[in-house]
Design a protein around this ligand. Structure first.
Ligand SMILES: Nc1ncnc2c1ncn2[C@@H]1O[C@H](COP(=O)(O)OP(=O)(O)OP(=O)(O)O)[C@@H](O)[C@H]1O
Ligand SMILES: [Mg+2]
Length: 316
């Protein structure tokens, strides 16, 4: 196993009026794992905690954040402070926004720096940079451009190049296809597939179940900062085997299915305290299967057939 995350929670201390402190827990119980050569899609709505998870894995959470849970990378247990040491060397990020590129540094220098930081010597770093530019169809001219001189699609490819030129075995791709046209989306997804074929583990963060279905081996569905279901993508056939009502709602919202979206309130996040996280199901107000039992029983993640799920109805 490359990466194992058990019960990740991320909290923030905020001052709310005077000196009163308030604890917010946007991520309260995320469990997932990634193997070498595997693409794991982390699927969830806006605000579900996907980017926070990626920032935690890179050790770039803000100072007022604290983290609990148990973590291991390549079989070695990790503490909260160990992730920063792996950043760029063992774990690399294709970030959500092109603003992650340094606006004042030329493209080649940024990619080269990433190669050097990951531990490559100056000769191999230069060669790897050139190979990576060719691989992602970035012409020689692009090397001397500043980020404002390249198109959005090109910037996406530069971000992919920056992450993959490193020697990292785990690549986190945070919404790499947002705002791109279909051809560029397909190209970006193919790049991720190639990296997995090369033996890298890929954590593909997306709000789009359809993109996840195209390339992922495993789908992890998060709702309100918690893993609600984990299952192999192969189960999403014409008669999908889905156990959690939220995953079913995402499935139903696809154009090729019933095309019924969830009400907007379903995504309004109420960040509970960690103590409350096991008390009842967060999806209860929108769930067609909801019963008094859902309110009374703690909703832990449990194994059922090929799934991990958090819905108590799946236990029967
Ligand atoms: N520094 C912070 N302090 C307090 N709350 C934060 C902080 N950063 C993020 N959050 C909250 O954590 C929640 C999850 O944020 P995150 O950026 O991880 O969402 P996301 O799932 O990546 O959403 P999107 O799909 O829109 O990118 C949000 O409600 C956000 O307001
Ligand atoms: Mg995000």
């Amino acid at each position: 196993m490359l990466l194992d995350i058990m019960h990740m929670s991320i909290s923030f201390q905020r001052f709310s009026g005077g000196l009163t402190r308030k604890k917010l827990t946007p991520v309260s119980d995320i469990t997932l794992s990634v193997r070498r050569g595997e693409i794991v899609a982390l699927v969830g709505a806006s605000g579900a905690g996907k980017s926070l998870l990626s920032h935690a894995l890179l050790g770039i959470l803000p100072r007022n954040a604290s983290m609990t849970g148990s973590y291991s990378f390549k079989g070695m247990p990790l503490g909260q402070n160990d992730f920063a040491k792996l950043r760029g060397k063992e774990i690399a990020l294709i970030p959500q926004s092109v603003t992650f590129l340094n606006p004042l540094t030329k493209i080649k220098k940024q990619v080269y720096r990433s190669a050097r930081l990951s531990g490559r010597c100056c000769c191999t770093a230069d060669e790897c940079c050139n190979n990576t530019f060719t691989r992602y169809q970035l012409s020689d001219a692009v090397k001397s451009y500043f980020p404002f001189q390249i198109s959005g699609g090109m910037a996406r490819r530069v971000l992919t190049a920056t992450a993959t030129v490193s020697m990292a075995d785990l690549i986190i791709a945070d919404e790499p296809t947002t705002g791109l046209d279909q051809a560029v989306i397909d190209q970006s997804l193919n790049h991720l597939k190639e990296l997995a074929t090369d033996g890298k583990g890929i954590l593909f963060i997306t709000h789009d179940l359809e993109s996840a279905m195209k390339i992922a081996d495993t789908i992890v569905v998060v709702y309100n900062g918690k893993t609600v279901e984990v299952f192999p993508t192969s189960l999403l056939t014409t008669h999908p085997e889905i156990l959690h009502p939220y995953t079913r709602a995402l499935w139903n919202a696809l154009p090729q299915n019933t095309f019924i979206p969830l009400p907007e309130e379903a995504f309004t996040v109420s960040h509970q305290s960690v103590q409350d996280c096991a008390s009842s199901c967060d999806f209860i107000s929108f769930c067609p299967q909801a019963s008094s039992h859902c309110q009374e029983s703690p909703c832990h993640l449990f194994q059922k057939d090929n799934h991990l799920t958090r819905c108590i109805h799946a236990a029967n």
